[in-house]
Design a protein around this ligand. Sequence first.
Ligand SMILES: *[C@@H]1O[C@H](CO)[C@@H](O)[C@H](O)[C@H]1NC(C)=O
Ligand SMILES: *[C@@H]1O[C@H](CO)[C@@H](O)[C@H](O)[C@H]1NC(C)=O
Ligand SMILES: *[C@@H]1O[C@H](CO)[C@@H](O)[C@H](O)[C@H]1NC(C)=O
Ligand SMILES: *[C@@H]1O[C@H](CO)[C@@H](O)[C@H](O)[C@H]1NC(C)=O
Ligand SMILES: *[C@@H]1O[C@H](CO)[C@@H](O)[C@H](O)[C@H]1NC(C)=O
Length: 511
Amino acid sequence: MWFWLLASRCAADIALARNWRQEHCVGETRLKDTIVTVATDATNQLPIVAVLNSTSSNAAKAGDISFVVITRHVRRLQHVVHRFLPQIAVTVCGGFSELLMQRPALSKLMSLRNSTRVKRKELLSPFNFAAFYLPYVLHDSPRARVLYLDTDTVVKGDVGDLDDLDMRGAPAAAVEDCTQKIFKYINFEMLRKYDQRAPEKQAWKRWGLADTLSNETCVFNRGVVLFDCARWRELRLTETIEDLVDAFVESRARLWRGGISQPPFLLTLAGRYLKLDLEWNVRGLGRMDLGRREWLQLAEYARHRYGSEPNVFERHMAPSGPFRQTFNPFLCPIAAFAKILHFNGEFKPWTLSSAAIDSWRFLGLNVSHAREIVGTCEIRACPTSVNVSTGRRLRSACESWHHFTTSETTTLPRWDQQHYSPDMLPWTTKPESVTDYYASGCIARPPLCTCSSVLSDDCVTICASHWHQFVNPTVMLDAAARGDPAWLASSLRVLHGRRHAPRRLLLKNSI
Ligand SMILES: *[C@@H]1O[C@H](CO)[C@@H](O)[C@H](O)[C@H]1NC(C)=O
Ligand SMILES: *[C@@H]1O[C@H](CO)[C@@H](O)[C@H](O)[C@H]1NC(C)=O
Ligand SMILES: *[C@@H]1O[C@H](CO)[C@@H](O)[C@H](O)[C@H]1NC(C)=O
Ligand SMILES: *[C@@H]1O[C@H](CO)[C@@H](O)[C@H](O)[C@H]1NC(C)=O
Ligand SMILES: *[C@@H]1O[C@H](CO)[C@@H](O)[C@H](O)[C@H]1NC(C)=O
């Protein structure tokens, strides 16, 4: 009896939230079966323009898609959409945080505000849980599917394909990520204990959570998730997540680590989601560095995929400053085949103007100690690349590019990161962390990813350009004028302040 009460109350609460849309959304009211959604409380609207515009531009039947943006800044976003994307029917919704705060589990999370175990307090914000409630608030038909996208994505494929996808009864679909195992996140022994107490937990008791996992269970990336709304609600997965959050609060933040909302999502869907092809979430883009082990895996992958062309890949990788085990940048060899590019690294394409993207060989990054890009700067030297197998120095892509694309006879000096700082002075104190290294001066900006089926130098910046293709300079200037991103203004300033205009790039067949 008690279970029934509890269950029906929960179900009623969540169902009630459906009316929320009538009160809190503006724009198109009736939703199609395919719904593309972003949910963000960030003030910067640029990334949302890229997601909406790229999804719509690449869809064969854009008219069959509903776009929903859930934000705290409804009026500002409405302005952007009306002014710049009038051809796209966008529904803009606010008030989601308030709705989520009514969920007991999420409001309880706030009791961890003072916990020393939670380092990044902003992760306690209910907004991070928004995706799990979408199947309750965004559906007008039993066929509804919600494609949730992080705002650091840009779509290259036709999301209509996902509508035709046979989900085989799965409540959600996502791309598996086997560079990480779920064990990294979960205190497994503790989970077992909670599992044994599960009969009190209505939504969770139907499966022993701990039993469905093994040491080999991979994670999935939550930046691109397709929800089958009806199936998700039927399995009551939101309640499972809430039960887990309850247990997390009770464990005083010991049940999992590495985020607040990600681990319960991973746990709830482990073994129950449909695996999308890798192309639907080509992630890791914009990461500034990677460790030796991952480097070797990628190099091996590139060799396998590109046969005799791995050298380009190798020539782009340079040791991060004086660190022998850490390399930058992160390159993604499968970006050419991407249907969705995911810039989930620190370096976002909107941190630079499109012109700055094109002239990456002149402009480096000025990075703060918090790893925020505070602007661009002129690079004075190219870092040396290294053959990871032999340790021998290689002519780096930075050098080749500079040499090839300028008429200047002098080439940039080679920079030996082991012994010299970015200012080309001997290190007075060597940086102790990669973060210190980035903050130590003007670092040659990493190209964001690779693009073609044959890895070649001419396309290493294409992915960032791809983002810019969907956000025209007027939108960037509008954002800069509104004082949105301070770094954008500084990036434009550096570029315009250059003494010599960069020569037009010869992108095709250049090397
Ligand atoms: C957190 O600490 C502040 C000040 O130290 C206190 O006022 C507040 O009540 C505490 N909150 C919780 C949830 O313990
Ligand atoms: C899983 O890994 C943990 C920690 O490495 C180990 O203690 C445990 O025995 C492993 N379990 C299995 C089933 O291999
Ligand atoms: C790195 O060294 C290996 C082993 O000598 C060699 O096969 C490979 O071609 C080298 N890579 C580059 C980019 O020179
Ligand atoms: C980076 O930006 C800071 C703050 O604007 C400035 O003081 C510093 O000189 C810049 N560094 C470089 C290398 O441009
Ligand atoms: C949307 O994308 C198209 C196609 O790339 C582009 O021409 C257009 O300028 C973009 N619109 C905005 C507002 O950025």
